[in-house]
Design a protein around this ligand. Structure first.
Ligand SMILES: [Zn+2]
Length: 446
């Protein structure tokens, strides 16, 4: 792998401890690691990437997704439904998926993320119909070249047991735990710089038993991997918790071992003050998914309160079937706008939104080796060309990136390797992948 010298950026947004922004700076990358940051670095043997007129940021981090859903965007029956009604529309379609659908939809979702500046993403795959496996998404991420935190999701309570998903999409809890062990042993890499880390992720408290939640937490601690699920997404979700478990979602999570630095929960739109304190105290992370929350009418997450309390917070595009678009920089803008709707124009600055999108996400996923442009960190970088029409006339390029655009990167580098160059995927033949996706979608629509 050749060295890379990113030269003469308009500004490098470091996200280091001082949150320094360096005008006219270079970045030298060797073996996937940032070797130097500063002005007028010598090119030596390096491949030079001219970044004049570009903002360079740490790669954006996506902390919540369901990649398989890129095959079911804008499905008519689910377009205007609330969360539970939306799920009931889509479950029968997802039940017809198999390995090819899971693999191809993951490639498409990952490419969409990459083009929007994302270098590292988690994924929450909680259904495994017709021989599909977590392995299918890991293979897709390997081809696309993004840093990947797949989570082995699960559903075990089908309609016949009073649950929401059809029986054909649920698995026995024994089989779930066995496969969790298999995928952790096969794919999880605990070392710094890891390209793949596996997490355990029962779908939500209303689709698995209390026992599976507890056993998954015990297994995660035994294996040293992280835990992830959906929590307190909307009012129905909280009402279900109060009715079925006799407590709020935060209490339920705490009772079952689902708080701590190795846990992150998606949404948390309806956390109350005591739950926010609990998350801050226990260093539990949150994946904030603003577009999905809008799309499903779930509400505005108390992001300002969570940040002020010290809760670790990252952004998530959420599954493409509920958020439709999987553009991560667009989520940063939406996060800022939503807090302003709730709390006024000074509720969140553009730079804070960018911090949540980069460093914040890396912290949520437990990655001290990522999230900032500093010597010794892994070289995951997004290069944004500010010459285009979106940012034209911008006085402050860093704020403009969030407030105006662009919403696509010019170049993306992951672990020192180019994934996007001049706005195009270099790791895969995207038109070919999209054609395959079209054929699969048509087949599903029947
Ligand atoms: Zn989700």
């Amino acid at each position: 792998m050749p060295d890379i010298l990113i030269r003469n950026a308009l500004v490098v947004v470091t996200m280091n401890a001082a949150r320094a922004e360096l005008a006219g700076a270079d970045i030298y990358i060797r073996d996937g690691v940032i070797l130097a940051v500063g002005r007028d670095l010598a090119a030596a043997e390096a491949q030079v990437v001219d970044a004049a007129g570009c903002v360079v940021t740490p790669g954006l981090v996506n902390t919540h997704h369901h990649l398989y859903q890129t095959l079911t965007r804008a499905v008519p029956g689910g377009q205007d439904a609330l969360l539970f009604g939306w799920l009931k529309t889509l479950y029968p379609i997802w039940a017809r998926f198999g390995p090819e659908e899971i693999f191809t939809s993951a490639q498409v979702g990952l490419a969409e993320l990459a083009l929007s500046g994302c270098t590292m993403t988690s994924d929450h795959l909680y259904l495994y119909p017709n021989g599909a496996r977590l392995d299918d998404t890991i293979a897709a991420a390997g081809e696309v070249g993004l840093r990947f935190h797949p989570t082995r999701g699960a559903m075990s309570i089908g309609t016949s047991a009073g649950g929401l998903p059809p029986d054909s999409l649920v698995e026995s809890e024994r089989a779930i735990l066995d496969d969790m062990i298999r995928v952790v042993d096969a794919f999880h890499d605990p070392k710094p710089g890891a390209m793949v880390r596996v997490g355990l992720a029962p779908c939500s408290p209303f689709s698995v038993s209390r026992e599976l939640m507890r056993d998954a937490a015990l297994l995660a601690r035994d294996k040293g991997v992280m835990l992830h699920t959906h929590l307190a997404e909307n009012d129905e979700d909280v009402a279900y918790s109060l009715e079925r478990f006799g407590c709020r979602p935060g209490q339920y999570a705490e009772d079952l071992g689902w708080t701590g630095p190795d846990v992150w929960h998606a949404h948390c739109v309806k956390l109350d003050g005591s739950e926010i304190d609990l998350f801050a105290r226990s260093h539990t992370g949150v994946a904030h998914c603003p577009c999905s929350n809008c799309r499903l009418g779930s509400g505005i997450a108390p992001v300002r309160a969570m940040r002020d309390a010290g809760v670790k917070l990252g952004l998530g595009v959420d599954g493409s079937a509920s958020s439709d678009a999987g553009n991560l920089i667009a989520e940063a803008r939406m996060a800022l706008l939503l807090q302003r709707v709730a709390r006024g124009a000074d509720a969140m600055a553009a730079r804070e939104a960018l911090e949540i999108a980069t460093l914040g996400g890396a912290r949520v996923l437990g990655r001290a080796d990522l999230g900032a442009i500093e010597v010794g960190k892994r070289a995951d970088l997004a290069i944004w060309d500010m010459h285009g029409v979106e940012a034209a006339g911008g006085w402050d390029p860093v704020a403009a990136l969030v407030l105006c655009g662009p919403t696509r990167v010019r170049d993306l580098i992951v672990d020192g390797r180019p994934v996007v160059r001049e706005g195009r995927m270099v790791t895969l033949d995207l038109p070919l992948v999209l054609e395959r996706q079209r054929i699969l979608a048509a087949r599903l629509a029947g």
